[in-house]
Design a protein around this ligand. Structure first.
Ligand SMILES: *Cc1c(COP(=O)(O)O)cnc(C)c1O
Length: 381
């Protein structure tokens, strides 16, 4: 952990960042960016970019014919790209709505001109198999949008039944994995999912700045019927030749890639591939179990149903008589956590991220638990 004073900013960057993104990053990823800014046609970027694309297929557990995209941008941009390349005006879209970011992608589909139906569950719960079946039978969607882990409630949905039902009606499935990818088990190829997207500042373990998506062959094919109705900067057909060129060991230009972040991406994905995705998912599970045990001992109640709780973050109700001031008290012990996000419930709970590098560092997890413990105990005295 860099706990030095920045000569430029003049203050010590000593806080431990335990929010659901951005997160703490590994020393190797940080070192990868400590170079002069490279050109997008430099050997370093060509090699790193090509390898990063291949490594994305491994981290996403995607088929060989799936296309990874690395775009300058955010998670929201990745969502917009996925919607614009798969949804045509007038398409019937089903949104499995588990919270804040499902609302966002539903709005994107509406703006795209789709007929949007939402299967909205109560905050902190996931849809049942019966609810999903009923929604698919009733609406027969062309595209299904779902949030793998809802960052506002800490709920993880099971993508398998959604993919199975989608196949029956010929629908494409798009999963927002921004709070899940590389933290929660997701085998894109085996599931038959069509787009799985994330952003660099979540469990992948980079600073903010990259939108990352993998699209299945089916999804790429669906793009064809849209003609030039896709805004250029979102368009797979503009970006795909660039990705193919880098993967083939060359460079191509459409819009300048985030060259420094691409060097870091190659290193971050390399760490995941070296560890093995199974081990990565199990590490997040073990860390989340330890966190949940600590919260139970402190008497902190989860916001949602424990049966569908994510491994990448905890959403915890404030103890009785305590409110958002708890966040400042935790921060006084050196740890940054996040407030509530679900519309209408923001004041009733807080969120602790536990994804990526911190889950490899037991002392960071202990520091976080200890900061929460001391803050909670101080409210009782
Ligand atoms: C963080 C997050 C986003 C938004 O990502 P930005 O990079 O902030 O645009 C979208 N979906 C989910 C599930 C997220 O956790």
């Amino acid at each position: 952990m860099p706990r030095k004073t920045s000569p430029h900013w003049g203050f010590a960057l000593t806080e431990l960042l335990m929010i659901p993104g951005p997160i703490e990053i590994s020393p190797a990823v940080r070192r990868a960016m400590e170079v002069a800014v490279p050109s997008h046609t430099s050997t370093a970027v060509i090699e790193a970019h090509g390898r990063a694309l291949r490594r994305m297929r491994q981290v996403w557990l995607a088929d060989d014919d799936a296309q990874p995209f690395v775009l300058p941008g955010s998670g929201t941009l990745a969502m917009e790209v996925a919607v614009h390349n798969t949804v045509a005006v007038g398409d019937v879209v089903l949104v499995v709505n588990t919270g804040y970011f499902s609302d966002r992608i539903a709005e994107m589909a509406r703006r795209r001109g789709a007929t949007v139906h939402e299967l909205t569950v109560s905050p902190g719960s996931a849809p049942t198999a019966e609810q999903l079946e009923e929604a698919f039978t009733r609406h027969r969607p062309a595209v299904v949008l779902a949030t793998h882990v809802d960052t506002s409630t800490g709920v993880r949905i099971d993508p398998a039944p959604i993919c199975a039902l989608a196949r029956e009606v010929g629908a494409l499935t798009i999963f927002d994995g921004v709070c899940a990818t590389a933290g929660e088990r997701f085998e894109m190829g085996a599931l038959g999912a069509d787009v799985y997207l994330t952003a660099s500042q979540k469990a992948i373990g980079l600073p903010p700045g990259l939108a990352l998506l993998v699209a299945s062959a089916r999804a790429l094919e669906r793009r064809e019927r849209l003609g030039d109705a896709v805004p250029m900067v979102f368009d797979w057909q503009r970006w795909r030749p660039v990705m193919q060129a880098y993967e083939a060991g060359g460079a191509a230009y459409f819009s300048t890639p985030a060259t420094l972040l691409i060097l870091a991406l190659d290193v971050a994905l390399g760490e995941l591939v070296d560890e093995g995705m199974n081990a990565v998912f199990e590490r997040h599970q073990a860390c989340a179990d330890a966190m949940r045990e600590a919260w139970r001992e402190l008497g902190l109640q989860p916001l949602g149903d424990p049966a569908v709780a994510a491994n990448t973050l905890s959403a915890l109700r404030y103890p009785d008589g305590v409110g958002p001031e708890l966040i400042a008290q935790i921060r006084a012990h050196g740890v940054v956590v996040a407030g509530g996000l679900y519309p209408g419930l923001q004041q009733s709970y807080f969120r602790v991220g536990h994804m990526g590098y911190s889950t490899t560092q037991p002392e960071q997890i202990e520091t976080t638990i200890e900061a929460v413990r001391r803050a909670v105990l101080s409210t009782r005295s």
